[in-house]
Design a protein around this ligand. Structure first.
Ligand SMILES: [Zn+2]
Length: 478
C-alpha cells in the first residue's frame, strides 16, 4: 500500500444560526411539530417570491473573511434542478457560477508540520426538508420545517492526503465558525456535516485518480474510519486491475463499510441557471469593511494575547482557546479575579475533570464566573484550604452555589483562633511524648508527625502557617 497516496477534498455544509430562514421569516429553531415552521415561500408555492435574509449574507461574508477568501462584489443565486420529495420547489436555490466567496485557505498543523489547505469557494444555499419513512408501512411523511434553513457550503481544494489532515482542517474550521458565532456546529444535529471526495493515485503520479464522494458523515471518528475504508477499497480495485466508478457512496458506520448510493451526477445534470426571482447581489465594499472591523478575535490571536497579557504558558493558552465557551469562562473569571494563572488552573484541571466525570459538554456548563472568582479569592486569602476548595468547586460546577455563603453556613473556614490552636498544640505535645523526645534529638520527621496530629484534630481546617509557628514556639519552651 506504500506506493499509493490519498487525495481528499471536502464539501462542508454548515447550518447558519440565524433566527429566520434564508428567503422567508419562518423560524429556524430545531425540532418542533412537523410542518409548524413553514409558509408558502419555503413550501415552494407557485407565485411566491423569495427575499434574501441579510444576516445570511453577512455570516457568509464573515466566514469568507476569516478563511482568507476574496468577497465577490457581484454574485448571484442559481437554481439547481432536481426532483426529490424533500425539495418542494423541485430546485434548490444555491450558487454555482458566482459564489459569494472564493480562493481562501486555512493553515493546519499535523505532527508539527504546517500545511495550507486551499478553499475553492463558499456559497450560500437552502436546506431541504426531511423524509420520515419509519412511521407507516404504506406511506412516507415529509416535514418541511428544515426546508429553507440557511446553509453555507465550504468547498476545499483536493489538498489533503490523510485522515489526520482532514480532521485537523474540520476542527479548525469548526472553531472559527464557533468563534464567529455564525453556527452552533452541532454535528449530531446535522448543523455541521462533511462530504468527503476521495481518490487514490500512485505516489509521484501527477493526474488525479477517479474520485468517489461519501456524504453526511456525522462524527470525526466516523470520518477517519470512512477514509481508511474507502482508500483501501479503491487501492484493492486498482491492484486487481479494475477501475473505480465515479459515484456517491454512503458510509455505514455501524458495519464499517461504504455502499454505492448512486452514480455521481455532474453539474450539467442539474441544469443550473440563474434564479430569475432573486436579483443579483451587489455587495457594498464599505459593508464588507464594516464586517471585517467587527470580526471577533479568533483562536490564534487569543493564544498570543493570553501569553502576552496574562503571562500564561502556551500550553494553557492552547487549551483555554480550544473552545469558545471555555475561553469565555476564562476571560469573564479573569476580569473579576485578576489572577489569570489560578483561573487557568481551575479551568484546565478541575473544570475539565468534572466535565469528563459528569459527561457535560462545554457549551452546557452552567456555573457563573463570579462564583469561581469568589472561590479563588477565598483560597488566596487563606480562608479555606485547597482540599475544601475542591469539594466546594464540585458544588459550584453542579449547582452554581455561592462559595462565601457556603463556607459560612458549613463552618468550613480555616481556623485562625490562636488560643484554640495553642490548646490543641499543647494537647498533642502531651499525648505524644516520644515524638517530642525525637524532635529534641534532631529528628525532623517527628515535627511533621506532630503537625499531622494537630491538623487531624482540627479536621484539616487549621491555618497551617500559624500551627507551624505555634508548635515550634511551644516545643522551644520545653
Ligand atoms: Zn417560510
Amino acid at each position: 500500500m506504500y506506493k499509493y497516496e490519498k487525495v481528499i477534498g471536502l464539501e462542508v455544509h454548515v447550518e447558519l444560526s440565524t433566527k429566520s430562514k434564508i428567503f422567508c421569516g419562518c423560524s429556524t429553531e430545531f425540532g418542533g411539530r412537523p410542518n409548524s415552521k413553514c409558509c408558502p415561500i419555503c413550501m415552494g408555492m407557485p407565485g411566491t417570491l423569495p427575499v434574501l435574509n441579510r444576516r445570511v449574507l453577512e455570516y457568509a461574508i464573515a466566514t469568507g473573511l476569516a478563511t482568507g477568501c476574496t468577497i465577490r462584489e457581484y454574485s448571484r443565486f442559481d437554481r439547481k434542478n432536481y426532483f426529490y420529495p424533500d425539495l418542494p420547489k423541485s430546485y434548490q436555490t444555491s450558487q454555482l457560477y458566482l459564489p459569494i466567496c472564493y480562493e481562501g485557505s486555512l493553515e493546519i498543523e499535523v505532527d508539527g508540520i504546517k500545511k495550507k489547505i486551499g478553499i475553492h469557494e463558499i456559497h450560500m444555499e437552502e436546506d431541504a426538508g426531511k423524509l420520515i419513512h419509519d412511521q407507516d408501512d404504506e406511506f412516507s411523511f415529509i416535514d418541511y420545517n428544515r426546508s429553507g434553513v440557511p446553509l453555507i457550503e465550504i468547498v476545499t481544494k483536493p489538498d489533503m492526503n490523510s485522515k489526520e489532515e482532514v480532521i485537523a482542517f474540520l476542527e479548525k474550521l469548526q472553531l472559527i465558525l464557533e468563534y464567529l458565532g455564525v453556527s452552533d456546529c452541532k454535528m449530531q444535529e446535522g448543523s455541521f456535516r462533511a462530504d468527503i471526495n476521495l481518490s487514490v493515485r500512485k505516489k509521484g503520479q501527477k493526474e488525479l485518480g477517479t474520485r468517489t464522494e461519501m456524504k453526511n458523515i456525522n462524527s470525526f471518528k466516523a470520518i477517519g474510519r470512512a477514509i481508511d475504508y474507502e482508500a483501501k477499497r479503491q487501492i484493492d480495485l486498482l491492484e486487481k486491475g479494475e477501475s473505480i466508478e465515479q459515484e456517491t457512496r454512503r458510509w455505514d458506520d455501524a458495519n464499517g463499510i461504504s455502499l454505492s448510493l448512486r452514480s455521481k451526477i455532474n453539474a450539467k445534470d442539474y441544469r443550473y441557471f440563474p434564479d430569475p426571482d432573486l436579483p443579483p447581489l451587489v455587495v457594498d465594499k464599505d459593508w464588507v469593511d464594516e464586517i471585517r472591523k467587527r470580526q471577533p478575535e479568533l483562536r490564534e490571536e487569543k493564544i498570543q494575547r493570553y501569553m502576552k497579557e496574562f503571562k500564561l504558558p502556551e500550553y494553557d493558552a492552547k487549551i483555554l482557546t480550544s473552545s469558545k465557551y471555555l475561553a469565555d469562562i476564562f476571560e469573564k473569571t479573569v476580569a473579576i479575579s485578576k489572577n489569570p494563572k489560578e483561573v487557568s488552573n481551575w479551568i484546565m484541571i478541575e473544570t475539565m475533570r468534572l466535565m469528563r466525570d459528569r459527561q457535560v459538554q462545554v457549551e452546557n456548563i452552567t456555573f457563573s464566573p463570579e462564583n469561581l472568582a469568589r472561590l479563588i479569592e477565598l483560597v488566596e486569602a487563606g480562608k479555606i484550604n485547597r482540599t475544601i476548595a475542591k469539594e466546594i468547586f464540585e458544588l459550584i460546577f453542579d449547582e452554581d452555589i455561592d462559595p462565601e455563603v457556603y463556607v459560612k453556613e458549613h463552618q468550613l473556614g480555616v481556623v485562625d483562633d490562636r488560643d484554640l490552636l495553642i490548646k490543641v498544640v499543647q494537647e498533642v505535645i502531651r499525648d505524644f511524648p516520644d515524638s517530642v523526645t525525637d524532635y529534641k534529638s534532631g529528628k525532623d520527621k517527628a515535627f511533621k508527625h506532630l503537625m499531622g496530629q494537630i491538623m487531624k484534630r482540627m479536621k484539616g481546617k487549621a491555618n497551617p502557617v500559624l500551627v507551624n509557628e505555634l508548635l515550634r514556639s511551644e516545643l522551644e519552651e520545653l
